[in-house]
Design a protein around this ligand. Structure first.
Ligand code: NI
Length: 169
């Protein structure tokens, strides 16, 4: 599994729910963890690995959150406001302040098919909102301020050009 870069259309697609957890899914999830760590990311959504399913992985050891996988997640009870600098593995070298909720409730299933439900606050809540956006086909540059999008215009255009060259190669 390799990282899919903006503007690959798979990143704009709404990912499909995962219907069942089998060996193929377990292998894909292992590849997602491997890719996230190789790229030194804090989170990764399946579409970023070219797999258009509603699966995300993340970790935040500072809060005691080790590698965690969330399947078919839903987010509710968004509360408060938090703005932090975000990057995205699909947008190398691009960082911007994004406005998010500070707290949320998340429900999902884990790799054993068990229901998971928890409240996330602060940075983990920001990671989860960013990765959940990927499952909806929403990319973080669309949440930037107009000023930040202008500031990153050249870098975005360069990624678009590299994609065009790759596709037509
Ligand atoms: Ni991202």
């Amino acid at each position: 599994m390799d990282i899919v870069l903006y503007p690959d259309p798979i990143l704009r697609r709404k990912a499909d729910p995962l219907e069942q957890i089998d060996d193929e899914v377990r292998a894909k999830v292992a590849e997602m963890f491997e890719l996230m760590h190789r790229q030194k990311g804090v989170g990764l959504a399946a579409p970023q690995g070219g797999w258009s399913k509603r699966v995300l992985v993340y970790h935040y050891p500072e809060d005691g959150i080790e590698d965690q996988v969330l399947i078919n997640p839903t987010i509710s009870n968004l509360q408060g406001q938090a703005t932090g600098e975000e990057g995205c593995l699909s947008f190398p070298g691009i960082y911007a302040q994004i406005e998010r909720a500070d707290q949320l409730d998340l429900e999902a299933i884990d790799l054993e098919g068990r229901a998971v439900r928890f409240t996330a606050r602060g940075f983990p809540a920001i990671i989860l909102q960013h990765e959940y956006d990927h499952l909806e086909g929403v990319l973080f540059h669309t949440r930037m301020t107009i000023a930040d999008r202008l500031r990153h215009k050249k870098k975005l255009a360069k990624l678009e050009e590299e994609y065009r060259r790759k596709v037509h190669a």
